[in-house]
Each structure stands twice: as structure tokens, then as C-alpha cells.
Design a protein around this ligand. Sequence first.
Ligand code: ADP
Length: 444
Amino acid sequence: KSATIPNIDGSVNRIEEDDEDDVVDLAANSLLNKLIRQSLVESSHRVEVLQKDPSSPLYSVKTFEELRLKEELLKGIYAMGFNRPSKIQEMALPMMLAHPPQNLIAQSQSGTGKTAAFVLAMLSRVNALKLFPQCLCLAPTYELALQTGRVVERMGKFCVDVQVMYAIRGNRIPRGTDVTKQIVIGTPGTVLDWCFKRKLIDLTKIRVFVLDEADVMIDTQGFADQSIRIQRALPSECQMLLFSATFEDSVWQFAERIIPDPNVIKLRKEELTLNNIRQYYVLCGNRKDKYQALCNIYGGITIGQAIIFCQTRRNAKWLTVEMMQDGHQVSLLSGELTVDQRASIIQRFRDGKEKVLITTNVCARGIDVKQVTIVVNFDLPVNQAEEPDYETYLHRIGRTGRFGKKGLAFNMIEVDKLPLLMKIQDHFNSSIKQLDPEDMDEIE
Ligand code: ADP
């Protein structure tokens, strides 16, 4: 089964829908990540750089001063609380600010400082005295465009004459008026409309073109082609920058089509590992049994905070009600909530207001709560073919090696699901021990 969901742009997202909860909306996930982000994400990997001209010297900076930015921009950066460039910014900023301008394709996971970097590039290249669009940034959705715009406003707080405009559906420009703002951020469909049909933006005057969240962008039908049509009308001296959190082949192909002669910067993601996680399973007869086992575990050991994963919304709801009736403080995070609601539930959980968070697959990726010591798979993650979903298992339970505090994971297993668990065990080559829920001594 497949469903289509219209974007604010009028374009549609193709979404494979095999289960009420298996709808993965990349743009919503990305927005959620931005809303709950508290600080820079660190990485222990080295930044990999591939220069368009390998013989040219490679610069990196350790301070923002070295970049010789306009005074007011440097003030804006410090006002945001940034002390020094992030790992990716160390390499990317000198390239992005070079004269003559260089093109760049950069990939690093969300939270590593990409947005701040290209906002800095746009603000440093803009001429505040010229009242027409000079920087153009494409984003996959209205909400993501707004998030980027907020960063421009904060970082550009002291660049008083620089202004932002949003090319998004619903933002109507009266006939006969010109766009005088220097920075335009928008979704591809509306930007295309403003450039070619309504002639509000003169693409030949654009000096910096940014394509943000390329992986999310190509996930939306039509956006890749629309972006390329816009890019084709830019002058050759326009700087072109593309960012992505992931880099599958499809993203890479798109990046190479749209960014001529690029430098490439990559920062690998911190790998998840099961090494410092003790994994257990409890054999159960049915859902009630699973619940009983969960209560025994919960009563048997001192728990900081726990996340419990269910395969369907229905199960998650049922479990939430059961636990609440038994007097536990739990909250439910599921796919039917808006992104804002999800963000606030995760925030409350982080603040320790609830000790247990019950959730489904659709929300699994956005959560990174370091204080969680226990993860429970109330249902094992399986794919449509009823085979184990290894990737999801790893995402639910794994930790990055560097921050790996010891963790505990419990799998509630119906007898007929035992072979699936054994496959998971083999796949990761890590042991999952059987546990008698009446006897918790084994754990502590
Ligand atoms: P990305 O675009 O890769 O997701 P962002 O640019 O949004 O990353 O940065 C992630 C978070 O880190 C944001 O809260 C941002 O304000 C902050 N940040 C970015 N660069 C720096 C820096 N050099 N120092 C401190 N914090 C930073």
C-alpha cells in the first residue's frame, strides 16, 4: 500500500504505508531533530575533504577571528554563544568564504553545524545596501525554511539592514511590488514560481545558492527537478552549496548533477554499538504476560528512566493505559502527534518529568536521551516480511561507543517469536540472555 501526503507546497510526498505507524516522514524527523537539539553534536571521526583542485592548499580555522568576518557578523556569532567553529565548520568555512567563491558539497549528521555554516556564508557575502535578493536557500518544507530563517535572524542580529524573506506557499506578494530582501529562503516549487512566472527574483543576481537537506529534498517528488531548473538559471560565478545529513547513492548523484566543480567535505557518523549493552529476553505467552514481566522487571530493579518500544500505535496505547492505571507516570510518543507535540514530550522526558516513555518505531530515531538506562522492546522490530528489522533494533538499543554508558535492554518475546530473536543475536554476534522475571538477582 502506498499513500501520498500533500506538502504545504502542493507537491506530494510518496510514502510507503504498510502499517499505520510505519510512515517515516523525513522532513518531520528533521524538524523534530532541530526542535529538540540542545547543542552541537560531537564526532570522534576526522573530517574527510576532497578538494576540487587537490594541489591548492587546504585551510582550516580554529577560531572565528581567523575568518576576518565583518565586525557585526562576528558579534552575532558570539551572541549565539558560539566560541569556536565546530569540526565541520573548521574545514568548511574557509572554503565557503574563499575568494573567488568555491562550491561545496557537505555531508554530516544533523546537529554538527551545517546550517550555522551556510548562514554565515550568506551573511558574509550579502551586500546590505543593495535591495534585491542575493542569497537563495532551498529547503524541503515551510517549517524547515522557517527554522533556517530564524538562524539568519539571530546570527544577523547586528547586520541591521539585512533582511530575510520566505518564498513559501501562502506568502503572497502583491502585484507590482518588488522583493527587496537580500536573503530568500523557500521551497523549490514556490521559488520556481517567484523566479520564472512572477519574476520576483532575478536569478542572475544571486551570489550564494544553498540547497539544504538534500536527502530530504529528493525524497519529495518534483523537488529535485525543480531545484535543478533553478540552479540552471544561476550565473556561473554564483557560489553553490549543498548539504545533506546522509549520503546514499541517490543523494550523491543529485549532488553531482546540481553542484558544478565541488569541494566535498564529509564527517562520518558515530557508529552505534551493542557492546556495552547487556541484553536480556523474557519468554511470555501473550500481551498480558509481557505486561506482567515488564512490571516485575520494573519493580525488581532500580530504574532511572526507561523507553519502551511497541510495534504499533495500538499496542503502545494499550500499554500506556495499563501502566497509568497501575499508577506509573508514563508518556506516549506516537506518530499521530504533531512535530511540536512530539518535541515537547521528548523535552519533558529529558527533564525527568516522566520516568517512562512509550513509543513506536516512527519516533525511534529522533530520541537521544543520554540518561536512559533501560530500553524495553515490548515488541521486536520486524519488517513487512516478518523478518527481524536489525537496523531498527540497533537504533533502539545501541549507543555510540564514545558516550557508551552501560545500558540494559529487555526483549519481551512470545514463544513463536524466539527464532526472530535468535536471528538478531546471530546478526549482531552478541549474546541475549534469557531472564526469569521472578528472579532479578541475575541483573544486579
Ligand atoms: P546542522 O545544520 O548540521 O543540523 P546546526 O547548524 O543547526 O547543525 O547546529 C546544531 C546546533 O549547534 C544548533 O543549536 C547551533 O546553534 C549549534 N552550533 C552550531 N555551530 C556552533 C558552534 N560553532 N559552536 C557552538 N554551537 C554551535
